[in-house]
Ligand binder design. Sequence first.
Ligand code: BYC
Length: 322
Amino acid sequence: MAPTIDMEARFLDYVTAENKVEPKDWMPEGYRKTLVRQISQHAHSEIVGMLPEANWITRAPSLRSKLILLAKVQDEAGHGLYLYSAAETLGTSRDEMIADLHSGKAKYSSIFNYPTLSWADMGAIGWLVDGAAIQNQVMLCRASYGPYSRAMVRICKEESFHQRQGYEIMLHLAKGTQEQKDMAQDALNRWWWPSLMMFGPSDDNSPNSAQSMAWRIKRKSNDELRQEFVDKTVPQAKFLGLSIPDADLRWNEALGQHDFGSIDWNEFFAVVAGNGPCNSERIEARRKAHAEGAWVREAASAYAAKQAARRSSAAATKPQAA
Ligand code: BYC
């Protein structure tokens, strides 16, 4: 049935009244496409995001930190799986989504284009990257699409643990020797601006925001969330005794928030266009892992087919009740 203007208007009223949309409900094609784009990009980010952290599992400085990092990286895999499942409810297959990541058609978060050069980067990622992710994702727990919002509730709980894990590493280093403090400062210097870029382009340059907010997918704008993140993170850096690498950062009494310097949008758009420093390495690692996992997918499908055949032959031979 072709959608009518009336159906679109009723849909808008429905989501404006804070009702959840479920997979079998009618929805505008643009709503479906926006969700597939955003949720699959989010899923890809979780999976690609495992790579820079996995780089440090074998080099974690203690058994305790190794176990925690391992658990965190496994959590990211889980987040990717909840999100791929949520996107599948919109009628897109996981194979299609993964093929789009591997071909470069689908994006993943710009932040995972940067290399992890020292152990302090594990702290900076947890503190800043997971901190930015929580800032953005708490609003997504109220997204109008039911499967996405429910996946986000669990993801946010785990992200809070990740953020604390990162802050603990930073605290340890910042209160340690001068060399450790320098490592922590260097990590903050390198991750600060890319973390601010995670929130996406500024509001006047964000083509999807207005419609996504009208549909109650996004609940706050990119700039609003970025500002909240800066205001929350500045006192945390102060507590660590580290300096945020921004000469223009200062408290604005009149506005009750921090002013901060301008983001290098040329760098952001270059990364998003596929020219990030680690993009080819990340995509190559994902392609390789997918190819090497083919036998697992084949074995799982063969097992599922065998179980289904057993169930149907058992049903056929079961004596019928009189
Ligand atoms: N990176 O109109 P806009 C994590 C794209 S995982 C790359 O504002 P929208 C973690 C955007 O897709 C964190 N691309 O878009 C994992 C759009 O592209 P199209 C991931 C970006 O969607 C492991 C274009 O730019 N979080 O935390 O309204 C370990 C215009 O932007 C980025 C999510 O995915 C970017 N940073 O708003 C540790 C959250 N920003 O139209 C941690 C869910 C923008 O050409 N996503 N683009 O396809 C969202 O909330 C929204 O999609 C965004 C962007 C706020 C990111």
